[in-house]
Design a binder for this molecule. Structure first.
Ligand code: ADE
Ligand code: ZN
Length: 337
């Protein structure tokens, strides 16, 4: 199974680029900019990664971004993630970025996106991995700040496929951003939102995503299983759910393998992703492997999860068909073998 998962052609739909900042790169960039980090070594830094819920993770995640300052830093960040993803046989990735976490520190939107874009273009040519970008608004900032960020993105609209909503969900429901997402839709962006696991009012938040915002996808959304009507709507609309098992284990102490299996049995398009792999110490292969080793998911279930990701990806139908074909060929060849 290890080799089968490692070589399986995959898509990743839920990865925060800032969550791919590995400790080694943090130290390298800190040195470049003459910034003193709080930790002396990579090991010390890793020891500080003791998150137990979303806010305790987010504190460390935002603090670490202080080393991302110029265009080349964003290039390096993205290039290192894409190199790793390509090694893990990710053929296609949709990646989140958090512009407000940088513009609030005085780093220009343009600096961030140009660095990321340069790595995307190079990775497509040299690594054969294709990618698209999703701009995430920080939900613990104001709707006004999100709207200003949406407007700032418009000169770069051709580089962005959609918008999402992340950061601390407590007290920050989807409807806080109704107007921002309505406008984003008008601009032609696809829409997704985080409904993190076990958040206060999670069922109301998922309901708002489906019935007020009209999202194209939900990030996490595991708690939808508690309400048959939500499950039915998600299944009927064929909406993707981007689940991040190892991230869930960090923030809610549960890999949610049973929940993922149940979603598959209900015809919900669950997918498996890494979220913040440098922090949770697991890229997409390790997430799939954990579901098999610890959650008991079968080879067919793993293939279904990967197939779902290609099905719900924001791709044109020709590219989608070619990825699905590559997956099918791999599965057939391994079945024959
Ligand atoms: N930002 C980065 N990772 C996140 C997550 N899992 N939930 C909310 N915001 C995030
Ligand atoms: Zn996330």
């Amino acid at each position: 199974m290890n080799d089968f998962i490692a070589n399986l052609p995959k898509a990743e739909l839920h990865v925060h680029l800032e969550g791919t900042l590995e400790p080694e790169l943090s130290f390298e960039l800190a040195k470049k900019h003459g910034i003193e980090l709080e930790y002396a070594t990579v090991e010390d830094l890793l020891r500080a990664y003791d998150f137990h819920d979303l806010p305790s993770f987010l504190r460390i995640y935002y603090k670490a971004m202080s080393v991302l300052l110029d265009e080349d830093d964003f290039f390096q960040l993205t290039w290192q993630y894409l190199s790793k993803a390509a090694q893990q046989r990710v053929l296609y990735a949709e990646m989140f970025f958090d512009p407000q976490a940088h513009t609030s520190r005085g780093v220009a939107f343009e600096t961030v996106i140009r660095g990321i874009r340069r790595a995307q273009e190079r990775a497509s040519l040299e690594l054969g991995i294709d990618t698209q970008l999703i701009l995430c608004f920080l939900r613990d900032l104001s709707a006004q700040s999100a709207m200003a960020t949406l407007e700032e993105s418009i000169p770069f609209k051709h580089w962005i496929v959609g918008v999402g909503l992340d950061s601390d969900e407590k007290g920050n429901p989807p409807v806080k951003f109704s107007e921002v997402f309505r406008k984003a839709r008008q601009y032609g962006y696809r829409l997704t939102m985080h409904c993190d696991v076990n958040q206060e009012n999670t069922l109301a938040h998922i309901h708002q995503c489906l019935h007020t915002i009209g999202v194209d996808r939900i990030d996490h959304g595991v708690n939808s299983l508690e309400d048959p009507a939500l499950c039915a709507t998600i299944a009927e609309r064929g909406l993707g759910l981007t689940i991040c098992p190892v991230s869930n284990r960090f923030v809610v102490q549960n890999l949610t393998a049973a929940e993922i299996r149940r979603m598959l049995s209900l015809g919900m398009r669950a997918t498996v992703n890494s979220d913040d792999p440098a922090y949770f110490r697991a890229y997409v292969n390790e997430n799939l492997q954990a579901l098999h080793d610890e959650g008991g998911l079968t080879r067919d279930e793993i293939v279904q999860l990967v197939s779902n990701a290609f099905t719900v990806a924001w791709l044109d139908e020709t590219r989608r068909a070619s990825y699905v074909q590559r997956l099918q060929t791999y599965v057939d060849r391994n079945r024959a073998a």
